[in-house]
Design a protein around this ligand. Structure first.
Ligand code: FAD
Length: 282
């Protein structure tokens, strides 16, 4: 497995900004030099050991400070299960997120919260809304494949929440999600229209040309709406530069860390043509 993983890294490194913070920060600077903003994510999820949750938290503290002190156009995005959500007391997780959001505020940065599997959606939104009560620099991802997201989005719009709209990347039990890709894309478009009507400072997080073109069109008719395109590192890089060249804010989401393998497998499954990248590197 060790050798196979090493070989897989040859393909995976297009999606990963490196195995350590220093390399990731250098990649963030490269993206900035191309006119892109950045979001850094330290890979890991479903942490059950409090000591590991603490070490993830400390990594993010260091990461935020390094982004601030090196003047990188960027911020971080966290997964709350990295801090033990679902296993440790919610108050412990909230406290860690609160410290990060406060430090981010001091540096004039956002703190984004990724959305994970549907078993933790409600808790993630509860923690997000507690943070939002005192801090405007926090945002949360919502997944268009979830049937509940329309209601969640409206509730977030009522309280001035900032949302990153994505399609959703987890295996979910039947009934929770829309079934076909087409339905998910239709729901994405529907929720995105709500964002353009009621939101500010939101993110269109997709590589799909259809919603991207629609967002460009909606922005033309409401040019004062503040939003950004967010895409994953290594996917549709030409489009990122094209949109940035046309004056849009485009942000490259860059994961890094030792736990790159499951993340890369998710990207491969999402787009089977990536198997060729893998085979070439093998
Ligand atoms: C910035 C950002 C943050 C995210 N955060 C979360 C989160 O918090 N929670 C969550 O569940 N999901 C998250 N995701 C993942 C998301 O849910 C989707 O799994 C992923 O973005 C693929 O969906 P898509 O919208 O790009 O559309 P798709 O319909 O999957 O893809 C549209 C087109 O994009 C290109 N493309 C998409 N994926 C790939 C790939 N892997 N390799 C090559 N080309 C590809 C292809 O051209 C494809 O035709 C995030 C995505 C982004 C961009």
């Amino acid at each position: 497995m060790g050798i196979l993983q090493d070989l897989t890294y040859g393909a995976a490194k297009r999606w990963i900004a490196g195995k350590d913070m220093e390399t990731a920060l250098a990649k963030a600077k490269e993206a900035n030099a191309k006119g892109l903003g950045t979001i850094l994510n330290y890979l890991g999820e479903d942490v059950t050991d409090p000591a590991v949750a603490e070490s993830h938290f400390e990594e993010y503290v260091k990461l935020q400070r390094a982004i601030g002190s090196s003047g990188i156009d960027g911020c971080v995005s966290v997964k709350l299960t990295q801090f033990g959500l679902g296993v440790l007391d919610d108050a412990v997780v909230l406290e860690k997120a609160r410290q990060l959001v406060e430090e981010a505020q001091g540096m004039g940065r956002m703190l984004w919260i990724d959305m994970e599997g549907s078993s933790v959606t409600t808790r993630t939104l509860q923690i997000h809304s507690k943070l939002l009560e005192g801090h405007k620099n926090v945002g949360v991802a919502l997944q268009a494949y979830l049937r509940r997201s329309e209601d969640d989005l409206k509730a977030l719009m009522d309280v001035g929440g900032k949302v990153r709209l994505v399609k959703g990347a987890y295996r979910e039990p039947p009934g929770v999600t829309f079934r076909s890709r087409e339905e998910v894309t239709e729901n994405y478009l529907k929720l995105m229209r709500v964002l353009f009507e009621r939101g500010q400072g939101f993110a269109v997080g997709t590589h799909d040309s259809r919603p991207i073109e629609e967002a460009v069109r909606l922005h033309e008719s409401s040019p004062n709406t503040k939003f950004e395109f967010e895409m994953l590192r290594g996917i549709r890089d030409d489009l990122k530069l094209k949109l940035a060249g046309a004056g849009h804010r485009v942000v490259d989401y860059m994961p890094y860390g030792e736990e790159w393998y499951p993340y890369s497998v998710r990207r491969i499954k999402e787009h089977p043509s990536n198997i060729w990248l893998l085979l070439r590197s093998l």
